[in-house]
Design a protein around this ligand. Structure first.
Ligand SMILES: *[C@@H]1O[C@H](CO)[C@@H](O)[C@H](O)[C@H]1NC(C)=O
Ligand SMILES: *[C@@H]1O[C@H](CO)[C@@H](O)[C@H](O)[C@H]1NC(C)=O
Length: 462
């Protein structure tokens, strides 16, 4: 019989999906996501915001504990381990991006790593258990974003990881802990009340907390659901429930389990090659192409030869920052990424260090940047482009355009480059041996009998 309730259908799907539903495509893609997410998470453990989140969370203690990535001597209750590891993953805005727009993995993976360690030693959590719960957490996020046209575009009101990510975390935690269908439904209700952080905190040190909170709140919702806490059973059906986060919410019952299709099968994610807002990746690509016209021998032409730089990009207010003065603002600045690429010929982790952002040459170039928003260039990760024109004082103008950057789902990062990114990002925190072992374990995750082999490597050298 057809289910009338969307919420009930979610509970049924979360509870009912089995390892047999996983397809090769989904397993392959999700393994890439897992490895990449571990890498950016390790890198993020070196940030100030991670350090603050870590210190704050030390005040909690309990007997059940999980690993804080890259911190061999610290163990925290699973909620707080998921919180700080989630903060690490989003600390540099370096984690994966899906379509419609959200960062899907960061709200799910830390939850599953923390809970798999906190579970009683038997029965063991296998690699396939992990892959299934991970994909349930990703799938729920995708399904929820399909209920609103708003969600297709780069967000204006709420930061998606704090909205759909919280529900994805609750779904993944429900799955790994084996909740009953009724409790899956309760967990969704509680999680909605933990959801929602405004876009106004983009480009600040608070934004990474959205990911940490999504991870933590999903686990808390599940723990509370297991204790029988009640919420609105139709929370996904109503405008005052999950619909509160959107202007055009139109929920639908999920497909039947016999013929279930995963959204990750149809829509891959993007992996970033430098730690900044995804839209700036088109800008970097176009700026790198235009730079080739300006370079003589090995140096960029003198800045004072440049008359103006025009960026034709979508109107995304929170990534329009003419003069960023913090790393987080620079990560959300079309202007900064364009100028840094023109000057340096590449964007890396260190491009966002304070002394790089404040260089006089950068400031001088920033003064020459103008933005235009062509009508056909919509704020949508599937269709946006960047065109850049640099006009020199002698009148010459060079124009280049980027439609798809390397790492976007239309031009996917090779497995070799994905692993190279992981090695570079994780090697500051882990031994070479642990890095190589993690790559192998994730590569063969569907064959792993016991996830503790994986989680024991995350704490780093003791
Ligand atoms: C939901 O997904 C379907 C199938 O991909 C698509 O046709 C539809 O436009 C989506 N709805 C929204 C609101 O994005
Ligand atoms: C992390 O990976 C990116 C992409 O490969 C690379 O640019 C960056 O330098 C790496 N981080 C570190 C600290 O090496």
């Amino acid at each position: 019989f057809p289910l009338k309730s969307v919420t009930e259908s979610f509970a049924k799907v979360i509870h009912g999906l089995k390892v047999g539903h996983l397809t090769d495509h989904v397993i392959q893609r999700s393994k890439r996501m897992i490895l990449d997410t571990l890498g950016v998470g390790f890198l993020g453990t070196s940030t100030e915001v991670f350090h603050k989140a870590n210190e704050y969370s030390k005040i909690y203690s309990s007997n059940v504990s999980s690993t804080v990535w890259g911190r061999p001597t610290l163990r925290l209750p699973p909620t707080y381990a998921a919180f700080v590891n989630g903060v690490a993953i989003h600390s540099m805005d370096f984690d994966d991006t899906w379509y419609p727009a959200t960062h899907p993995s960061g709200a799910v993976l830390p939850v599953l790593m923390a809970l798999s360690e906190a579970l009683p030693p038997s029965p063991k959590c296998s690699g396939l258990d992990l892959l299934l719960a991970f994909n349930v957490g990703i799938e729920v996020q995708g399904r929820l974003m399909n209920f609103s046209k708003d969600a297709n575009d780069i967000p204006k009101r709420f930061h998606p990881p704090s909205v759909v990510g919280t529900l994805g975390s609750a779904a993944a935690a429900s799955k790994i802990l084996g909740l009953s269908m009724t409790n899956c439904q309760k967990a969704l209700a509680i999680a909605v009340s933990h959801a929602g952080a405004p876009m106004a905190n983009a480009a600040t040190q608070t934004k990474p907390l959205h990911m940490g909170n999504a991870a933590r709140h999903g686990i808390e919702a599940v723990f509370l659901a297991m204790l029988g806490l009640q919420g609105n059973k139709q929370v996904l059906d109503t405008q005052t429930g999950f619909g509160a986060f959107y202007t055009n919410y139109s929920p639908k019952v999920l497909p039947n389990l016999d013929s279930y299709t995963w959204l990750l099968d149809q829509q891959d994610v993007a992996f970033k090659s430098f730690p900044a807002h995804l839209a700036t990746h088109w800008v970097a690509d176009a700026a790198a192409s235009v730079r080739k016209h300006l370079v003589t021998d090995r140096a960029m032409c003198p800045i004072d030869h440049v008359e103006r730089i025009v960026l034709r990009i979508p109107d995304v207010q929170y990534v329009n920052r003419p003069f960023p003065d913090s790393e987080h603002e620079a990560r959300h600045s079309f202007q900064y990424v364009a100028c840094a690429m023109l000057l340096d010929g590449g964007i890396t982790v260190s491009s966002f260090h304070k002394h790089q952002i404040n260089r006089p040459q950068v400031r001088e170039l920033l003064c020459k940047v103008e933005l235009e928003h062509p009508q056909d260039n919509l704020p949508n990760f599937n269709t946006l482009y960047c065109e850049i024109s640099v006009t020199l004082k002698d009148g010459a103008t060079f124009t280049e355009r980027a439609d798809t950057f390397y790492g976007h789902w239309r031009k996917p990062l090779s497995q070799k480059d994905l692993e190279a990114k992981f090695r570079a990002n994780a090697s500051g925190m882990l031994s070479c041996d642990a890095v190589e072992r993690l790559i192998k374990i994730v590569d063969n995750l569907e064959g792993l009998e016991d996830c503790s082999v994986l989680t024991s490597l995350l704490k780093g050298p003791s």
